[in-house]
Design a protein around this ligand. Structure first.
Ligand code: CP
Length: 316
């Protein structure tokens, strides 16, 4: 982690958003207050007028890239976008991430980067003249997704403490679940339950961080045994693109599905989240159930990213 990436109670102490370990509880609470203000920001806001956000994506994205761009537009700023940067930027000619970032820092006031290599966002932040936001680095982290996930938990459950949270699916390659587990270490009285196919368990690095924070955690194979008891179910996609072979992917796929029968076992007050995209791990038959919060969660991504851009780029 570059030296300028520091945790601190001063919300302005964080210059880049690289990993969840940068955050502390006061920073999160302050950010969520800013998110609430962003929800009320009128269309045609000029808070970031004249500023430019560059989105540099070496991996595909719908939500992260478009919600960041929407956030910047809603705050009155402009956007430069490089989709599929591995092919359509000068990376294909051999340009390093570091050189690309140094140069884009002369074109834009902040950079969102998504890269297939774990640690790429930290490398970018280490050389960047402007704030860098990690939009997902391989199987590493997705800190802005974790922030919008926790914000959604707060808005759906009315609190972030004292909740039983099941993380389900691909917990090995799923950077959103990895980041959310780390972020939940800033909550009190949380119980984490990992439900994953055998090939994709939660990483020992995350489990060590959770244990060090004193958060209760356990693994469970039987989803049906977990569902009646939990407040939040965080379902994830099996990450086909990270498996070495099709056979390995197929062995993990379809093991844990949330359908009507699964919903029938859950509390009426439960919340079901998914970072999306989904394949078949949540049946469309439950999309209209009030407990299905995944589309509201995606919408919250705009407000959370508005708040982050507003914070990093000097809003009051
Ligand atoms: N949740 C998420 O990161 O989605 P995208 O891959 O579409 O950005």
């Amino acid at each position: 982690v570059p030296s300028q990436v520091i945790a601190g109670t001063d919300e302005r102490a964080i210059r880049h958003i690289v990993e969840v370990a940068q955050f502390d509880r006061p920073w999160i609470e302050s950010l969520f207050q800013r998110v609430e203000r962003m929800r009320d920001e009128p269309r045609g806001s000029d808070r970031l007028k004249g500023l430019i956000l560059a989105t540099l994506f070496y991996e595909p994205s719908t939500r992260t890239r478009l919600s960041f761009e929407s956030a910047m537009h809603r705050l009155g700023g402009g956007v430069l976008s490089t989709e599929n940067a591995g092919e359509f930027s000068s990376a294909i000619k051999g340009e390093t991430v570091e050189d690309t970032i140094r140069m884009i820092g002369g074109y834009a006031d902040a950079i969102v980067i998504r890269h297939n290599e774990q640690g790429a966002a930290a490398r970018a932040a280490a050389v960047s003249a402007v704030p860098v936001l990690n939009g997902g680095d391989g199987p590493g982290e997705h800190p802005t997704q974790a922030l919008l996930d926790l914000y959604t938990i707060m808005s759906e459950q009315g609190r972030i403490d004292g909740l039983k949270v099941a993380l389900v699916g691909d917990l090995r390659f799923g950077r959103t679940a990895r980041s959310l587990a780390r972020l939940l270490t800033l909550t009190i009285g949380t119980e984490l339950i990992y439900v994953s196919p055998p090939a994709v368990p939660m990483g020992s690095d995350v489990q060590r961080a959770v244990a060090a924070a004193g958060v209760t955690q356990r693994s469970e194979n039987n989803l049906a045994a977990v569902l009646p008891d939990v407040d939040v179910v965080y379902q994830t996609r099996i990450q086909r693109e990270r498996f070495a072979t099709r056979e390995e992917y197929e062995a993990s796929r379809g093991v844990y599905i949330l359908d009507r029968a699964a919903y029938d076992q859950m509390k009426p007050s439960a919340t079901v989240l998914h970072p999306l995209p989904r394949v078949d791990e949540i049946s469309t038959e439950v999309d209209d159930d009030p407990r299905s919060a995944y589309f509201r969660q995606a919408q919250n991504g705009v407000y959370v990213r508005m708040a982050l851009l507003d914070l990093l780029l000097g809003g009051d």
